[in-house]
Write a protein that binds this ligand. Structure first.
Ligand code: XMP
Length: 321
């Protein structure tokens, strides 16, 4: 079944919200639904649509998978409470790290995260809550990239021939699947979300695991999380579409305090892009790059090498895995 795209210029956000809320209501009927909020613009917009349609018959969860950014669970939950949406935090850190243990292949990592998320964590929540539906914020670009075989987006099933009902035990509703990111931002704003959400920089479903090359361990996530804080602080005013730190797997020889240090390599990427389908490295000033390198090597334990990616997408992709 081909999906009918709604382009930004044709989108009336208020009407879209009304229509989708009606659709969700009629699909779910008098039953219950659940959804996972990550704080990204897609899942935030879906949370607002779902609550408009179902009120407290939608249970919203924040899955703390252990691979989110610094302080993310607390910040997002507090913000939604302010909007009158109660969010329950599920601590699933151990399950995710167990699922990722020993895996180095990028697509296998994505698959492990998908299985941990949809089967283990959500399967259990659905059984406990008696919900028959999961609402999620898949957008058209996720579908395109998965179908094209570029990256298996963790939230795309139908197009891969996977029936969530038989595989996971629930049905999935995707109210945003006709939109791209720009359309979702417009809907999020019209749904009353604050600018910090509707303008939020994209962040991938596999979270910081998409930024660790090689096996994902709690120790490596801690390192890339620290580096992410620095990149996000230093590049906040860059105007770029997205920026990130990537921890490499290979080590290189460095020196600290007169001694050899077989250290870590951190790569910085900063992208100019309109819709993430193509992207070019932002022309950051040399001063900015040096400041990033200094902070990375002094503030993040073990980092002795810092590089800036200068390749475009394609053939690069924005994330490293
Ligand atoms: P790539 O790396 O494919 O990224 O060039 C394009 C955009 O998509 C984001 N991204 C994801 N978003 N689930 C998501 O929700 C995913 O699995 C995923 N992988 C990449 C990425 O951050 C960028 O904005």
């Amino acid at each position: 079944m081909s999906i009918q795209e709604i382009k930004l210029k044709d989108l009336n956000a208020k009407e879209f919200i009304e229509e989708k809320a009606k659709e969700i209501s009629s699909l779910v009927g008098s039953g219950a639904a659940i959804n996972a909020l990550s704080g990204g613009v897609d899942s935030s917009a879906v949370t607002m649509l779902g609550h408009k349609a179902l009120g407290n018959r939608l249970k919203t969860y924040f899955i703390n998978n252990g691979i989110m950014r610094e302080g993310e669970p607390e910040k997002i939950v507090a913000m939604f409470e302010k909007l009158g949406v109660h969010v329950e935090v599920i601590d699933a850190q151990e399950q995710f790290f167990k699922a990722l243990k020993g895996i180095t292949d990028p697509e296998e990592k994505r698959e492990a995260i998908t299985q941990a998320f949809y089967k283990d964590v959500f399967g259990k929540l659905v059984r406990q809550s008696n919900a028959k539906y999961l609402l999620q914020g898949t957008i058209l670009t996720d579908v395109d990239e998965t179908v094209a075989g570029i990256k298996r987006q963790h939230n795309v099933f139908e197009q891969l021939g996977i029936d969530p009902q038989t595989t996971f035990g629930y049905k999935i509703i995707e109210p945003l699947v006709q939109l791209r990111k720009d359309g979702v931002r417009k809907v999020a704003e019209a749904a009353g979300l604050p600018k910090s959400i509707f303008n939020r920089m994209p962040f991938p479903g596999p979270a910081l695991a998409a930024r660790v090359i090689g096996e994902v361990t709690p120790e490596k996530i801690k390192i890339v999380r620290m580096a992410t804080v620095i990149v996000e602080e230093e590049l906040a005013t860059s105007g770029a579409f997205q920026y990130m730190a990537i921890l490499h797997n290979d080590r290189v020889t460095g020196m600290r305090d007169g001694k050899r240090e077989f250290g870590l390599q951190m790569e910085i990427r900063c992208w100019d892009s309109i819709d993430a389908r193509q992207a070019h490295p932002t022309k950051l000033s040399y001063e900015t790059l040096i400041k990033l390198a200094n902070r990375m090597t002094f503030e993040v334990p073990g980092v002795v090498s810092v590089t800036y990616n200068i390749a475009s997408k394609p053939p690069s992709t924005m994330e490293a895995i």
